[in-house]
Design a protein around this ligand. Sequence first.
Ligand SMILES: C[S@@+](CC[C@H](N)C(=O)[O-])C[C@H]1O[C@@H](n2cnc3c(N)ncnc32)[C@H](O)[C@@H]1O
Ligand code: SF4
Length: 352
Amino acid sequence: MQDRYGHRISYLRVSITDRCNERCSYCMPQELQEWLPRQEILTYEETLRVIRIAAVLGVSKVRITGGEPLTRRGIIDFVRRIPHIAGITSIGLSTNGTLLARTVAEGVDLGGPRLHRGEPGSPPPAMTMAEALRDAGVQSVNISLDTLDAAVYSQITGRDFHAQVLSGIDAAIAAGFAQVKLNAVLMRGRNEYQLLPLIEFAAARNLLLRFIELMPVSSTEVLSEKNFMSVTEAKRLVESAYGSLIPETEFRTNGPATYYQIPGRAQRIGFIGAMTNMHFCENCNKLRLTCDGKLRPCLGSYLEFDIMEPLRAGASDEQLKQFFLNVVERKPQEHDFRNNYQPNRKMVAIGG
Ligand SMILES: C[S@@+](CC[C@H](N)C(=O)[O-])C[C@H]1O[C@@H](n2cnc3c(N)ncnc32)[C@H](O)[C@@H]1O
Ligand code: SF4
């Protein structure tokens, strides 16, 4: 699939829930969140059908997100079915990490048939959520961690889950995913003094750390001069400690980050500058599926198209393919974040 501006679409971000066990100030509205009723959420079966259609049209990478995807029951069985979709070669998951270390008992929380690894008659072995996800086919996990300071973490997320996230990161490393990335949203006054500790934390665990500019996806106030820190400023701060970063123009993951090597180290770090990088949208390869069945051609645009309606009305695969192609046709050249964009849906409900 290719749009009018030459963006080749190969990547679908799939949100499976609008619910979350945290309340990050930049993602959730402060007022009480009303969750969507269950019947307004795509069933796993419906979501898999959308992924299948996308795969036929050239999508090879999917990333499961939310809300917090690990709060939705049955996620392991859902994920386990994705590698069987012809054409899908890469499966990622974005999570706040709080539930990755939780123990899940085979046959209880996981459901569905799996290989029984123990002796016949022995109790089913317990595994962590991270191991279960790895076992189900997830290759790469992105974990959000904005600070190593537990008190600041609570201020940002509204919850005291810092220790759980650190255990979740350990569980992800132990599970042996092909890649574990850490994502830190940059916030002046909250975590600029945490950039170096986060870099050292990532280095000690051999994790790929990315710094992300705050975007107006919850409310426009989060972007005030007081809160916003550009990736350029973050890079300057990092360079004042480590020396000039070495651009790694050849290195790419699926996303829009630009990567640099820290001089004298094998460590690389990434910067995602949606607000200040004028070339940010040039290589965009993404579509988003919201948990309530809207296809969004761009996070920073009001455009969204309801695929749940034709799905539930019995549309054929051919009709759904055409639906996808029409959405791609409407993909904008670039996001609208710099044009006084007023989010009408919150990040937690779109899927990050
Ligand atoms: C919406 S979350 C969903 C997955 C999961 N709950 C998590 O926190 O990673 C996906 C990513 O979006 C980021 N995010 C949320 N609101 C943002 C904002 N206003 N600006 C930039 N990134 C944001 C989060 O930090 C997280 O890395
Ligand atoms: S960023 Fe992730 S963890 Fe934080 S409120 Fe949004 S969905 Fe929840």
